[in-house]
Design a protein around this ligand. Structure first.
Ligand code: FE2
Length: 396
């Protein structure tokens, strides 16, 4: 009798070639990396009502509930729902015990991302390197075990109250982590998945701190600067932010980092920093292979997107800038989808309005066609749209 070696990639994860196209991977040999990173493990949210946020992510974004921890499983502190769509894993936590530490976190920040967890092949090696480079180790490497196996993990601090938990799940077959039980919901999911992978996660940091964090990711995690950045040229008049991007070797994990720029008007980054009460995750870009369907589906579920001015599509420079794009511009305009091109190809993107009560975290949908960029060419059009929203809230 032969025993097949289990492919640990869940059945509905994108195939490697699809992933390469979806999120713009490049070839990289990680064996010599001081801090090798395999990919995203999970984005962990702390919210005011995890029960309802989990339902929103299921009903609107089509994520599927896979695992759960809460009072019924012996966790009297909080409820946690684990949801997936392709390569995306969100963990949504909300306090049950009024004395839970999550209460103070939520009181300060509102709903947001508390942990950008990364999958690594060697937790101890990563932590040893991070410590030697001066990173703050929040949780020492340790094993957690249940009937599904053992997970080794640790955590380091990054900007604000955000952390990176480092997870080695190579000896684990459970639905998420020890302590979680498999769980499905009675919600009937759509047949077709509209979002397939996490493309990038953007952090907002304070004025003058962007280079500090770029250097942190370079030194501590061995990340490299990606070419795209927004400097003084775009910043002052239109974007009111400065931005640089760091990524791991194969670009699976990409972190754009924003800081406010001194501009004519109050920066959108300043607004975030005020309402989140410090640095934190600004947006999560979700890769889709069909942005038209994704936007139509999400709109029909009540998700709101930033408006793009008609002038964006009427600008004769747009067609010259973007060249040949497979999707008719009329279809993009109908939905407010933005286009950008670089030397490698083009991308389609659109941004939701803030998902929560505070004007903080939001989603981006991105459909890549070869481009490895982030939509720098859209900054002007995009930020004019954001400023209109900001003005409507009285925060400009
Ligand atoms: Fe983005």
């Amino acid at each position: 009798m032969s025993i097949e070696v289990a492919d640990r990639r869940p059945a509905d994860q994108p195939e490697p070639e699809d992933l390469r196209r979806l999120v713009g991977l490049v070839d990289h040999d990680a064996t010599a990396d001081p801090f090798p990173v395999l990919g995203w493990d999970a984005l962990v949210w702390v919210v005011g009502n995890a029960t309802q946020t989990a339902h929103f992510l299921e009903s609107a974004f089509g994520l599927r509930l896979e695992a759960y921890s809460g009072p019924e499983t012996g966790n009297r502190d909080h409820k946690a729902f684990v949801l997936r769509s392709g390569g995306i894993r969100f963990v949504v936590k909300g306090a049950v015990d009024p004395a839970s530490p999550l209460v103070a976190h939520h009181d300060r920040h509102g709903d947001g991302i508390v942990d950008i967890a990364l999958e690594v092949p060697d937790v101890d090696r990563c932590i040893a390197h991070a410590r030697a480079q001066g990173a703050t180790v929040l949780v020492e490497p340790h094993d957690s075990t249940d009937e599904f196996g053992t997970v080794r993990s640790a955590a380091i601090a990054t900007y604000g109250d955000t952390r990176h938990t480092l997870v080695d799940r190579s000896r684990y077959d459970g639905p998420y982590l020890p302590g979680y039980v498999p769980r499905r919901s009675t919600y009937s999911p759509r047949a077709k998945r509209i979002i397939q992978a996490i493309d990038h996660v953007v952090g907002n940091v304070e004025l003058g701190r962007m280079d500090h964090w770029v250097e942190f990711y370079r030194r501590v995690m061995g990340f490299q600067n990606m070419a795209e950045f927004v400097g003084d040229d775009i910043a002052t008049d239109y974007s009111a932010l400065m931005s640089k991007v760091v990524a791991n070797g194969n670009h699976r994990v990409k972190f754009p980092l924003n800081e406010p720029a001194v501009s004519r008007k109050r920066s959108q980054i300043d607004e975030y920093l005020e309402f989140y009460q410090g640095p934190g995750v600004q947006h999560i870009a979700l890769a889709t292979s069909d942005i038209l369907t994704a936007v139509d589906t999400l709109r029909s579920e009540g998700v709101e997107f930033l408006d793009t001015p008609a002038t964006y599509y009427e600008d004769p420079e747009l067609r010259a800038r973007i060249g040949r794009v497979r999707t008719p511009v009329e279809e993009l305009q109908k939905r407010g989808i933005l286009v950008d091109r670089d030397e490698d190809g083009y991308l389609l993107q659109i941004f939701t309005k803030p998902l929560t009560d505070r004007p903080t975290v939001f989603f981006e949908l991105i459909e890549r066609h070869g481009s490895l960029g982030f939509g720098k060419g859209n900054f002007k059009a995009l930020f004019q749209a954001i400023e209109r929203e900001q003005a409507a809230r009285g925060n400009l």
